[in-house]
Ligand binder design. Structure first.
Ligand code: GTP
Ligand code: MG
Length: 300
């Protein structure tokens, strides 16, 4: 079975074979993902990059501050508060994290002495009235290893959030934790709401969603989220799984595009498209096998 290096080599072969079959923009996008994966693979197990994503006012910045026990990012009453992505990195990291941080495309980098092998990324709101915020979120999310999705009691069931954001990302289920923040404002039992969120996420395609109730404005209550992050996101397994799912996604999109070109009257062009399609299929199969072997603990 292929290891990560072989998978990345196979992507290069697939890119080369898809010349003249896929359009240049798609080939460039695939190359960007492959290059990022290669760079990220140099830091496996050394660092975990976790973003906090969610709607405005859900409490992303408050939770980040609570996780590092300091007011490092702005929390605000005026919506939206966070306007660019901010990475908070360990003050004394044991390895040079510049490559990882450069690839995050964040607008600002801060440090915290509370962090050791984790980089936390505070994002603007994903469903913003400011279109620029959504662009920032869409740029940064693919570069992180894991995400804490922060929702609040008013919006956790919003069909738009589930249909537009969560359902399409269900293949990344292992990379996500869900924080039901502002849980202090619930009048009924918190469990009823977290159970409802779990059932909505299952319907979105998340087989085993981890939902934690949090209170971002009362940092003492952050233990459950810290425990969930430590338990669900092993640094190496999480980064490897993310890369495997990225490669599966590339393979799936690309083989379908290649297949749509196997209808030309030109036999040589057909053979060329068929070879490119077959290469992406084998990338997808190998990446799937790789992901399963990570899950079975053979690559941790
Ligand atoms: N009652 C209560 N208030 C909270 C909680 N978490 C955050 N807040 C308050 O909610 C407001 C918004 O919090 P932020 O952390 O700025 O929210 P955000 O998600 O970063 O918002 P944007 O940066 O605009 O996307 C602030 O006034 C916080 O003090 C919580 O769990 N309970
Ligand atoms: Mg914020």
């Amino acid at each position: 079975m292929a290891d990560l290096r072989e998978l990345l080599d196979l992507v290069d072969v697939a890119i080369a074979r898809s010349e003249g079959v896929l359009d240049e923009e798609q080939r460039r996008d695939i190359a960007v993902v492959a290059r990022r994966a290669r760079r990220r693979s140099g830091f496996l197990g050394e660092v975990l990059v976790v973003a906090l994503a969610g709607g405005t006012g859900s409490g992303k910045s408050s939770l980040l501050n609570a996780l590092v026990s300091a007011d490092v990012v702005d929390v605000g009453a005026i919506r939206p508060t966070t306007r660019h992505a901010v990475a908070v990195t360990p003050e004394n990291a044991s390895v040079d994290l510049r490559t990882v941080i450069d690839d995050l495309s964040v607008g600002e980098v801060l440090t915290s002495s509370s962090l050791h092998a984790t980089v936390l990324v505070d994002l603007p709101d994903f469903d913003s009235i400011e279109a620029a915020h959504r662009i920032v979120v869409e740029e940064v999310l693919p570069t992180v290893d894991a995400v804490v999705w922060v929702v609040d009691p008013e919006k956790y069931a919003d069909p738009v959030i589930h249909a537009e954001f969560l359902e399409p990302l269900a293949r990344y289920a292992d990379q996500f934790i869900f924080a039901l923040n502002h849980s202090d404002r619930l009048s009924g039992p918190v469990r009823t709401v977290t159970d409802h969120l779990v059932s909505l996420l299952r319907a979105d395609g998340y087989p085993d969603p981890e939902v934690v109730a949090t209170v971002g404005s009362a940092p003492v209550d952050i233990d459950d989220l810290e425990v969930a992050i430590a338990r669900r996101f092993d640094a190496k397994v999480t980064a490897l799984t993310k890369l495997a799912v990225d490669l599966r996604s590339i393979a799936n999109d690309a083989w379908q595009s290649c297949r749509s070109h196997i209808d030309s009257p030109d036999r040589e062009a057909n053979a060329h498209a068929a070879l490119a399609a077959a290469t992406f299929v084998s990338l997808g199969v190998e990446a799937y096998g790789f992901q399963r072997s990570i899950r079975r603990g053979e690559r941790g």
